[in-house]
Design a binder for this molecule. Structure first.
Ligand SMILES: *Cc1c(COP(=O)(O)O)cnc(C)c1O
Length: 232
């Protein structure tokens, strides 16, 4: 079941790459394992998947402790400042940075641990559905401030598009995020890299790839639907 689903996602990623002349290596598939048990992640790990996305700190830490250390964990959900300390030295990247307060706490915790934290800035491109993320016009001033934090490395942008019946409806959101990243790149800000565009989920990752996504976050398409009533 898992194997077939992974193959199907891989096939679709490749097809999307073929449609727009991109290489498969340009895209990182993040397997979103939230609510899924450790055993299922182990199964995916043995099928060659070693990048996982989680949206809750406690769950990420539990899984981090139980699973092989060569797994790359990505924090993709809203992050409360008081929980930063539990994950700064465990995650490969934090996708959901959307406030100066949060960036300051990440900087402080990374300084204590003498590590560098890779982050993406979450942008609320659609501006209605999502509660989190910066407005497009606030992103550049934010980048300019956070670029000065020595223990934070800005790697790009992330967005969560709304759930829509037809994924084509989100194309424009992905185009706008891409355009914003190009605009920021042109500013040539020290310590800022815009090489990552984290966009696209099960419902719309193919469109996101056509519009330049370099990371797609796929949960349901790999692991099946989630049951939020089960604890891990
Ligand atoms: C849950 C989640 C995903 C994956 O959603 P699916 O529709 O199951 O692929 C991607 N990104 C974020 C931020 C999520 O919280």
């Amino acid at each position: 079941m898992l194997k077939q689903q992974l193959e199907e996602v891989e096939r679709r990623i490749q097809a999307a790459c073929d449609r727009c002349g991109r290489k498969r290596e340009e895209i990182t598939l993040i397997a979103v394992s939230k609510t899924k048990p450790v055993e299922l992640i182990e199964e995916a790990y043995h099928l060659g998947i070693n990048v996982y996305g989680e949206n809750k700190v406690q769950e990420l830490v539990d899984k981090y402790e139980k699973l092989p250390k060569d797994i790359n964990w990505h924090m993709i959900g809203h992050l409360q400042t008081n929980k930063v300390k539990y994950i700064v030295d465990k995650v490969d990247m934090i996708h959901s940075v959307d406030s100066l307060k949060l960036a300051e706490v990440i900087e402080k915790e990374a300084t204590k641990r003498e590590c560098e934290v890779k982050i993406l800035i979450e942008v609320n491109v659609g501006e209605e559905e999502s509660k989190f993320g910066l407005k497009i016009e606030d992103v550049l001033p934010f980048v300019e401030k956070v670029a000065k934090f020595p223990h934070i490395k800005i790697c790009g942008l992330m967005t969560i598009a709304p759930y829509v019946q037809n994924p084509e409806e989100n194309r424009c959101i992905f185009q706008n995020l891409h355009k914003l990243s190009v605009d920021i790149t042109r500013k040539n800000i020290d310590n800022v890299n815009m090489s990552v565009l984290s966009m696209g989920m099960t419902n719309d990752y193919e469109v996101a790839i056509e519009e330049g996504a370099t990371m797609v976050r796929v949960g349901t398409g790999i692991f099946g639907s989630r049951n939020y009533n089960l604890s891990i």
